[in-house]
Design a protein around this ligand. Structure first.
Ligand SMILES: [Fe+2]
Ligand SMILES: [Fe+2]
Length: 169
């Protein structure tokens, strides 16, 4: 179904608004992880999660810009509260990886819908999100691999925190 935009169908508008919402939710998820990390003494992890939180806001902006470019006002939605407590740092990383896996599926769905409608403008944006997801999965996969390889003792967590600090620079 057509909207007032010549190029965006109702389904695509809904998917783009969903992208805005979910990228903002990702931002808040990482903000929450950042605050938890700092509170628990993992200052490096705190910095890295803060950086990720800011990047997610840029991702949200991309879908917003596409809606605006087509004369559609993006929805500024209410967001559910992200988790506030994490068992430990590796567990937070695990949750982040699972979250990015879910987001990747959403980005595939957006891209698929855009191609189905031969909406190449949105398909290209969808591909950008998918490519970005490969990087996001890689980041958390590497951190998870480290946790699996070296365990969860406090020395290891300290090194992990230092490494996360380097990644935040
Ligand atoms: Fe993102
Ligand atoms: Fe992400």
């Amino acid at each position: 179904m057509k909207t007032k935009s010549e190029f965006l169908s109702t389904e695509i508008v809904q998917l783009l608004n969903y992208r805005v919402e979910q990228e903002e939710f990702s931002s808040r998820t990482y903000l929450s992880m950042s605050l938890w990390s700092i509170d628990k003494g993992y200052l490096g992890a705190g910095k890295l999660f803060k950086k990720y939180s800011e990047e997610e806001l840029e991702h949200a902006g991309k879908a917003r810009a596409m809606l605006l470019a087509n004369g559609v006002q993006p929805i500024t939605s209410a967001l559910k509260q992200p988790e506030q407590e994490f068992e430990n740092l590796p567990k937070a990383i695990q949750i982040a990886f699972a979250h990015e896996t879910e987001i990747t599926k959403q980005c595939y769905a957006l891209t698929k819908a855009a191609y189905k409608e031969e909406n190449y403008m949105v398909a290209e944006l969808g591909l950008w999100y998918c490519k970005e997801q490969a990087e996001e999965l890689d980041k958390f996969q590497n951190l998870l691999d480290r946790c699996n390889a070296f365990g969860e003792k406090s020395d290891m967590l300290r090194e992990l925190d230092e490494e996360m600090e380097k990644l935040s620079e």
